[in-house]
Structure formats: structure tokens, C-alpha cells
Design a protein around this ligand. Structure first.
Ligand SMILES: [Zn+2]
Length: 102
């Protein structure tokens, strides 16, 4: 991943541990996706639940969704974090310097 935006110069990782928020968003999403997948399959096939199908589909979903969604979870996290922690003047100046190539 790039350290800053090519267009506006914004540094993506604003402080150490910054991406923990993205990991929390991704984890929350996969818990929700798991519950929906598991519950949906059990309800749809009740009372003759095919547990092998439920196991295979939920393992596949839990393997694919977090990997595919991780870049977007970073974008969502940055948007959320910027909404309550706007850029400091020094960060704006540094971004402007990066755009100018200084
Ligand atoms: Zn930008």
C-alpha cells in the first residue's frame, strides 16, 4: 500500500496502530456475514439441514470476504476517523508539500 495519496498528498497511516480500526470493521463485517450465511442456510434448509453444505459455504465465505473487503475496510475506517479527527494544520502542510514534490 502506498504511504500517501498521489493526488492530494494525504498520508494514509496517521499514527502507529492506525489500521486497528480497519481490522475491527473487517472483523465486524465477517461476524455479520457469518451469522447471515449460517442462519440463512439453516433456515432455508430446515428441518433437513445439510450440515456439510453449511460448513463448506461458511468456511468459504469466512475465507473470501475478509480478504476481498480489507482494502475497502481501510477506506471506510479513514472516512470515519477523518470525520471525528480532522487533519491537523501540519498534516495539511505536509500533504501540500508532497503534492508540490518538496
Ligand atoms: Zn487524495
Amino acid at each position: 500500500m502506498k504511504e500517501h495519496c498521489d493526488r492530494c498528498g494525504l498520508q494514509f497511516e496517521r499514527e502507529p496502530g492506525y489500521w486497528v480500526g480497519a481490522v475491527i470493521i473487517n472483523t465486524t463485517l465477517i461476524f455479520g456475514t457469518f451469522l447471515l450465511t449460517f442462519g440463512g442456510l439453516v433456515i432455508a434448509t430446515w428441518p433437513d439441514v445439510n450440515w456439510g453444505l453449511v460448513l463448506g459455504v461458511t468456511i468459504a465465505v469466512n475465507g473470501i470476504v475478509p480478504v476481498v473487503f480489507y482494502p475497502l475496510s481501510k477506506t471506510v475506517w479513514m472516512a470515519m476517523e477523518l470525520s471525528w479527527h480532522p487533519l491537523e494544520p501540519a498534516e495539511i502542510d505536509a500533504a501540500a508539500d508532497r503534492v508540490k514534490g518538496a
